[in-house]
Design a protein around this ligand. Structure first.
Ligand code: NAP
Length: 228
């Protein structure tokens, strides 16, 4: 199937692109810098990867991504965008606009409705919405008082517009990312009950989950908290 990926230049996004191509899917990637996918494109020169240059918060760019390949609109959308800061430090300066991920979703959900694209799989985080209650107390403080809170607020607005759209969704809520290979994930429901205080997940594991969620309906209309 054809999968449209927003955030394909990011760390999880690139893994999703590579994984999708390895599973035999066709991929449309909307990126603001085509060079960010140059090595992936060089390794996949068979036409399965279509790179569209544009901004997710630009409605026309998102619309262009849906029709980039004639008569082959995306069947599923995967979003791995981040509300970025100058570094992963919770207090680092915010660089993405505060409603960046929300605005991108408004555009993508409208285009999905126009083209009959049935499902969206979005990377969120443990701590969003009802899963805030199961965060480790120090992490709760960071979400509340550091610049991490900007991204969490944006994730919550994303969740609202996705649910309001009536489209099929999967909202992945992984624990804190650590480096490492793909490994089995454990799931803790939408709220995260039973997850350990210091649980982590590798980006590879989460990329694998996002693609499993594309292919199977097991997690449709849920927001599972997960960790390795
Ligand atoms: N860090 C953690 O421990 C953790 C844990 C659980 C969940 N998460 C979630 O995982 C996601 C982050 O994944 P990641 O590590 O793969 O992120 P990443 O490497 O920082 O990738 C971010 C993506 O967002 C794009 N982006 C950011 N700001 C943009 C802007 N203003 N305009 C256009 N594109 C923009 C980037 O594009 P460019 O390449 O063009 O900049 C890139 O494709 C977030 O949603 C986060 O909440 C993180």
């Amino acid at each position: 199937m054809r999968i449209l990926i927003l955030g394909a230049s990011g760390r999880v996004g690139k893994l999703v692109v590579q994984g999708a191509l390895a599973r035999g899917h066709k991929v449309t990637a909307l990126v603001r810098d085509e060079a960010s996918l140059a090595s992936v494109a060089a390794a996949n020169a068979d036409g399965a990867l279509t790179i569209v240059k544009g901004q997710p918060q630009d409605k026309a760019d998102v619309a262009k991504a849906f029709t980039a390949v004639p008569n082959d609109v995306p069947v599923v959308v995967v979003v791995t965008l981040n509300s970025s800061r100058t570094s992963d430090n919770p207090f680092a300066k915010q660089t993405s606009p505060p409603t960046f991920m929300h605005d991108a979703h408004v555009n993508v959900l409208a285009a999905m409705k126009t083209h009959g694209t049935r499902k969206i799989v979005t990377l969120q985080a443990h701590g969003v919405a009802e899963s805030y209650s199961t965060l480790f107390l120090p992490v709760k403080m960071l979400v509340r008082y550091s610049n991490m809170g900007v991204g969490y607020k944006d994730h919550e607005e994303v969740e609202k517009v996705i649910k309001q759209s009536g489209l099929t969704y999967v909202l992945a809520r992984p624990a804190r990312f650590v480096p490492g290979p793909s490994a089995p994930l454990h799931f803790y429901g939408n709220k995260g009950e039973g997850i350990g205080s210091l649980s982590t997940a590798t980006r590879d594991s989460v990329a694998t989950f996002l693609l499993d969620a594309v292919e199977k309906d097991d997690w449709d209309n849920t927001a599972p908290v997960m960790s390795n």
